[in-house]
Design a protein around this ligand. Structure first.
Ligand SMILES: Nc1ncnc2c1ncn2[C@@H]1O[C@H](COP(=O)(O)OP(=O)(O)OP(=O)(O)O)[C@@H](O)[C@H]1O
Length: 354
């Protein structure tokens, strides 16, 4: 009768592992068991420092296997642990949440934020995106303003984005900008209350499941304030920098300061601040008036040691253009207002930030 593998293993199970107290098979130190025409070979894989302790174990194993009916020559050897531990397939703990990830194909992500609503963050995002595209950059614009998505209107895009395979979403495109908005995923005029997990899911879907294609930069238009969306974005995606938009008013500035503080805590570098509605230029006579004060953002940026990137005047044309679906940077590219955005875009490109 030929000696079976099971018989050998049963015999080895009667031998105690001196370190763990269990038998040597259960302890997992019996390796490379091979039986060929009665010749039995196996190794006991051990810590080399413990070879003295295991020498008698090897001898016992050798003798017991040799005594089995049908056993011929027995070769039992002690070997050192391999340097690399064998993969442990049993999960020791629940999967850890992943850290910030790159969006496939997207070189950089710039978040545009404001501490307060209505300061023109969406207007600034749309114009920066269009100005960058006009200067030859491959630009994406992700409207993550869950409370008031306005990019479809500002970029003149409507309709539902297609999803031919049911898994990925095809973004919209206008003025050279590839765009996706949470506003395109919901029905217009339908108030959506996004709760934490839903909101995180929607944001992640827009970042990771939208076919952005190859982009030099993705601009993310954030909701105002310092909430879940900002946190989720910084935790899920690798954000290269943030632009904080503020008006010169004190109250808006206090909120902007909070925004800057939040990004610093989230380890997102501040690219700089933009003063919007800096001065009012009358569309009739060209008279310049400082409606919200002037220079407040410059002073604040200086104090916080972050660059002041641009001062955008308050001008009717900016609003009309934004409401009409073609931001001023594309609809009146030669105007003074558009120039502020084009200069800002050129500056970002020159500094390798966009
Ligand atoms: N420089 C500007 N001159 C004239 N109008 C402007 C200017 N900037 C923004 N606006 C107008 O102000 C309104 C608010 O701007 P916008 O929607 O961009 O603000 P927001 O900060 O994104 O607001 P929210 O995040 O609360 O939706 C819009 O009607 C916009 O056209």
């Amino acid at each position: 009768m030929s000696l079976s593998r099971e018989t050998v293993l049963e015999t080895l199970k009667t031998i105690k592992d001196p370190l763990s107290g269990s038998d040597i098979v259960a302890a997992g130190i019996v390796r490379a068991l091979n039986i060929e025409e009665g010749t039995v070979r196996f190794v006991l894989e051990i810590d080399p420092a413990k070879s003295d302790v295991y020498a008698p174990v090897r001898d016992e194993a050798d003798a017991k296997v040799a005594a089995l009916p049908g056993a011929g020559k027995v070769s039992a050897m002690l070997t050192a642990h391999s340097e690399k531990a064998p993969p442990d397939l049993k999960p020791k703990q629940a999967a850890q949440p992943q850290g910030p990830q790159k969006i496939p194909g997207v070189d950089r992500i710039i978040a545009v934020a404001s501490g307060k609503g209505g300061v023109g963050k969406s207007t600034v995002s749309a114009n920066i995106a269009c100005a960058l595209a006009a200067q030859g950059r491959r630009v994406g614009l992700l409207d993550a303003d869950v409370y008031g998505p306005s990019q479809p209107r500002m970029l003149g895009v409507s309709g539902r984005p297609a999803s031919p395979d049911g898994k990925t979403i095809l973004p919209m495109r206008n003025h050279g900008v590839t765009m996706m908005s949470i506003g395109l995923m919901t029905n217009e005029d339908q108030a959506v209350v996004w709760r934490g997990p839903m909101l995180m899911g929607a944001l992640q879907q827009m970042m990771m499941q939208v076919q952005w294609g190859a982009l030099d930069v993705l601009i993310v238009d954030l909701p105002p304030g310092t909430g879940d969306v900002q946190m989720t974005l910084a935790q899920k995606a690798h954000v290269d920098g943030a632009i904080v938009v503020s008006t010169p008013q004190d109250v808006a500035l206090i909120d902007a300061r909070k925004g800057i503080d939040m990004f610093q805590k989230l380890n997102v570098p501040i690219i700089g601040m933009v003063e919007n509605m800096s001065t009012h230029i009358c569309s009739n006579c060209g008279h310049e008036e400082h409606v919200f004060g002037h220079g407040g953002v410059a002073a604040e940026a200086d104090k916080l040691n972050v660059p002041l990137l641009a001062e955008i005047p308050l001008h009717l044309d900016v609003r009309v253009a934004a409401d009409g679906g073609a931001p001023i940077a594309v609809s009146k590219p030669d105007s003074a207002q558009a120039k502020a955005f084009h200069d800002l875009a050129a500056d970002l490109i020159a500094k390798g930030q966009a």
